[in-house]
Design a protein around this ligand. Sequence first.
Ligand code: NAP
Length: 253
Amino acid sequence: MSCKIDYQPTANLLENRVVLVTGAGDGIGRAAALSYARHGATVILLGRTISKLESVYDEIEAAGGPQPAIFPLNFEGATLKDFHDMAETLDREFGRLDGLLHNAGLLGRITPFEQYNPELWEQVMQVNINGPIWMTQALLPLLQQSKDASVIFTSSSVGRKGRAYWGAYSVSKFATEGFAEVLADELENQANIRINTLNPGATRTQMRRSAFPGEDASTLRTPEEIMPTYLWLMGPDSAGVSGQRIDAQPPRV
Ligand code: NAP
């Protein structure tokens, strides 16, 4: 499906919606949290570095956005109980969830498979796919309480075509695409929940710098520049879209 980089959201697009963003302290997740709040959402900021989440929180408050919430969680080591405790807290505080952006991600190492460290492989799979899967299961009852819930899984071009040396990261993104399709198909008859994957494309963040240290970062779109597609997919203008693989920006030429 073509990207919505030219989408023009209304100012109150996400008014009265409760949206959880994982990895909200940095990079694309930070931009999404700020942008969702600017368009009226109450944003739950989830991540592992509390100081970064606090800085996003302060920025939202300073801009006069709806009061956000901070939920510290490290996907490495997070247990099923942690996810269910989280669901219970969110149920008490909000009673429903209208949006879930699975954005937190770990690159691991770009290295020949022969040399891939099995522990690092497990870590990447835990953060990029296993944690998000079980978090989604715990949050389903809350998503079901919403009139129009959008669940977005973050993919990558290496989750659609394998690339040498990208190891666990690439495999985790293939799994992400697969899982989102399975769940979207399963929930086909629940019109109030849609599940899609979103590939941000090359974006100027720390992760991109680690993957391509020699690249001229000024040639890349910033996280803020790809927000139109993030807003479109989170908001009511994408109602009815489910089970799709969406790009946040046109492919680079
Ligand atoms: P980033 O700047 O490295 O940000 C990643 C975020 O994930 C950070 O907030 C980080 O928290 C959080 N995170 C990492 N490990 C975590 C853990 N164990 N528990 C909780 N949070 C954790 O990367 P990004 O470029 O914004 O990437 C965002 C998403 O887009 C990822 O899923 C990535 O795979 C995907 N993506 C990015 C690009 C690109 O060009 N940038 C391209 C394709 C796909 P800390 O800040 O605390 O480390």
